[in-house]
Design a protein around this ligand. Structure first.
Ligand SMILES: [Fe+2]
Length: 188
């Protein structure tokens, strides 16, 4: 097994321990969307896609929403902590230093983007929220919070990613209708 596969396996093992039920699927699904958006994505970007929410996986030390008044400050702390957790995993697998540094940098900025690679990661992550997280998020958090989270997620998408999200449908018809209505209201 090469260094990158070792790292991917370790990241998946950590995320499998998350108490958030959608986390393991969201990690792999974000990687899948990244490769759909950019099939030539490099190793650092692929590792970052898989690991970007690793902070949420370890209940005892994860960054907690309840400790923050501001959602964006919470998200920044979540991203920074994820990068801190990722570094020793990559290093233990012998991943090259430049790839470690870039993967950790990408995790740290995954909520905000700001350069072509992190913008791609942000799109893949946000599309995946709508693709796999939303129905479970709704079950847990209710419609008011899901609406807020979905609008926040939709607004951070690129034009290309918005087109993809607008065509996502859910098993539950009512969910699909709610999302279409929300998107429609947000742009009019
Ligand atoms: Fe995410």
């Amino acid at each position: 097994m090469d260094n990158i596969d070792c790292a991917k396996q370790k990241i998946r093992a950590v995320i499998a321990g998350s108490r958030v039920p959608e986390d393991p699927r969201h990690a792999d699904n974000t990687l899948e969307w990244l490769l759909r958006l950019e099939p030539n994505s490099g190793e650092a970007l692929q590792l970052a896609a898989l690991a970007h929410d690793i902070d949420r996986a370890i209940e005892e030390i994860k960054v907690r929403r309840a400790d923050f008044d501001d959602y964006d400050i919470f998200k920044a702390a979540h991203a920074r902590h994820g990068a801190e957790l990722l570094r020793p995993i990559l290093t233990a697998c012998g991943v090259a230093r430049d790839i470690v540094d870039e993967a950790c940098r990408l995790v740290e900025v995954h909520e905000v983007g700001g350069d072509p690679s992190s913008d791609l990661l942000k799109d893949a992550d946000s599309i995946s929220y709508f693709d796999v997280n939303l129905p479970l998020y709704y079950q847990r958090e209710g419609w008011a919070e899901t609406k807020r989270r979905s609008l926040w997620g939709y607004r951070r998408l690129s034009a290309r990613a918005r087109k993809i999200v607008e065509n996502i449908g859910y098993e539950e018809e009512a969910m699909t209708r709610l999302l279409r209505k929300l998107i429609h209201e947000s742009i009019h």
